[in-house]
Design a protein around this ligand. Structure first.
Ligand SMILES: [Zn+2]
Length: 320
């Protein structure tokens, strides 16, 4: 088997599915608690990825577009273990209470910076790891592999102090040989700056999941430049995300060869990526096909392919 990543269309929520070469699965976030999102995730997991269970579910933070679908999803496909940042949401809202009640029924781990999700290695293949770089406003300790940022501090944009759930986001780095994928969930700009400055605690990556659905509270241009991705994938909705500052940051990053979007942003004057890199063009209410984007890494991890099966789009990239 090969390493694959699937971005499920949950209309501007989060639901990223990783399937390892050993056949294990890691789902990062679960969309909303409507019947729609859990059904879409389960359908993709079973029918497209060929899974019988979700081995590891990472709930990056307690906003409903990330944890909302967990309890309902577990009725459609078994979930074997759940991870989250472990912080308490100050004001419990009904969906969070439902999530906490469900979490009691599953083996549960608080994910801390430096922790890795235990994944089986495929025999003879490149080394695979999935590491937590940040959670609950804490970062991984700098090590010899982390380089000082060459970007002057004066270039760090200012962001307001963030008191929302987003700041608690779990940030994940998936490594498979030379291939690296960054999923920053909904981490906001101030903390994104600290993650790569004065020391770059991430390094350069191949694929950047555009943070926070492409909202301008996130996607600090210094983070994007520091990660220097080749490909980006935005889990936006028909109106959510695809912010002008985010788009500007992506377009100003010379390493980027292709910016994918789950949805075309239908707001007047929205700045979208070229149509061939978009999976869905309908309004949310009419978006019944919910086309996904998928990525497959070659067995030697030297290259990878992005695909939009619904449109037939396919493009190959070299790993760094
Ligand atoms: Zn979100």
């Amino acid at each position: 088997m090969r390493l694959s990543i699937y971005w499920v269309d949950v209309e501007g929520g989060g639901a990223t599915l990783i399937v390892t070469p050993a056949g294990e699965s890691v789902l990062v976030d679960t969309g909303l608690d409507n019947p729609r999102d859990p059904a879409r995730i389960a359908k993709l997991a079973k029918d497209v990825a060929g899974l019988k269970q979700i081995d590891h579910l990472v709930v990056t933070h307690f906003d409903i577009d990330h944890h909302g679908g967990a309890a309902e999803l577990s009725k459609l496909i078994p979930i074997r273990r759940v991870y989250d940042p472990g912080v308490e949401r100050p004001k419990p809202e009904p969906m969070y209470v439902k999530y906490l009640a469900w979490r009691k029924s599953v083996p549960y781990t608080v994910l801390k910076p430096g922790d890795t999700i235990p994944l089986r290695q495929a025999e003879g293949g490149p080394k695979l790891s999935l590491t937590c770089l940040a959670a609950a406003q804490q970062f991984i300790a700098p090590g010899p592999e982390h380089k000082p940022s060459p970007i002057p501090a004066s270039e760090l944009p200012e962001y307001p102090v963030d008191n929302s759930e987003n700041r608690e986001s779990i940030v994940l780095l998936l490594r498979y040989g030379n291939f690296e994928f960054y999923d920053g969930a909904d981490l906001t700009g101030r903390l994104e700056g600290k993650l790569v400055h004065p020391v770059n605690l991430v390094g350069e990556v191949d694929v950047y999941q555009v943070t926070h659905h492409g909202l301008d509270l996130s996607n600090n241009p210094v983070l994007v430049r520091s990660l220097a991705p080749t490909v980006t994938v935005m889990n936006n909705g028909d109106r959510k995300g695809c912010g002008p500052k985010t788009r500007a940051a992506l377009k100003a990053t010379p390493s980027i060869q292709a910016n994918y979007q789950l949805h075309k942003n239908l707001a007047p004057n929205a700045d979208n990526t070229p149509d061939e890199l978009i999976a869905n063009f309908d309004k949310e209410a009419a978006c019944t096909k919910a086309n996904h984007i998928e990525l497959h890494v070659a067995p030697d991890a030297a290259s990878y392919t992005l695909r939009i099966p619904a449109t037939g789009h396919e493009r190959a990239f070299r790993s760094k």
